[in-house]
Design a protein around this ligand. Sequence first.
Ligand SMILES: [Zn+2]
Length: 242
Amino acid sequence: METMAGRRILALGTHPDDVELTCGASIARWVRDGDTAILVVATDGSRGGKDVDSDPRETARIRRNEQMEAAEIIGFEDVVFLGLRDGEVEDIPELRALLVEQIRRFRPEVAIAMDPLTVIHRNSYVNHRDHRILGMAFLDALYPEASNAAYFPEQLARGLEVHKCPELLLSATESPNYWVDVSETLETRFTALRCHASQIQLWLENGEVLIEEQRERAASVGAAQGMGYAEEFRRVIADQLS
Ligand SMILES: [Zn+2]
C-alpha cells in the first residue's frame, strides 16, 4: 500500500473530530506521499456542547469551523458535511443514498470508517451509537449499493456512475490486521485534534491527558509491529461477491 501513491481516499467521520481521534496520522502520511483524500463528516456535532445551556446551532457552527481547520492540517483536499443531527443517525435508505452519492462522486480507491462491529472498544469505551449505525450503513453503501445500478438509479440519471471501492480500512477496531507507521505524522494528528477546542476543553487538562494516552498507545501498537508509532486498522480487500 505504501508503494502506491496517487490513490483517492475517502474518509468518513461520524462527528467533527472522529478522524483526528482515530486514523488522521495515517491519512496525513498518505497525503504527504502523494494520495488525495477527502473527508465526509456525517453529523453536525450539535450535541458536543454537552451542557443544557449550549445552543445546538451555535455548537454545530463552531464545530464545522474546527473541523475545517483540522482537515487542512491533516491535508484533506475537501470536506463534505452531510449535516445529520448529532445523536440521531438512523440506518435508512435516505442515509445510504447520501453515502452512495459521495462514493459515486469521489470514486475512492480506499474508504476509511470506524469499525461498526466495535460495540465495546478495548474494554473501556462503549462505542457511540452514531458510530455503529453510520458504520453499518457505510458498509452497505460500499458493498453492494454504490456499485449496483439498481440502487439509487436517480443518481445515475444525474450523471454519476457506479463505483466499487476495492479497499476498506476500519479504524477503532477490535480485529486489526493492518498497521501503518505514523512516526512522522502522529504529532500532525494531535495538532489537528487540538483544533477541536470546543471538545478538548471538556476533557482532562484540555485534552493533553488523552493525547498522551494516545501517544503511548501508538507507541505500543508500533513496537509490536517493529515500527515507531503506528495506527491500526482492519483491512478489507473487496472480492467479486462484495
Ligand atoms: Zn464521534
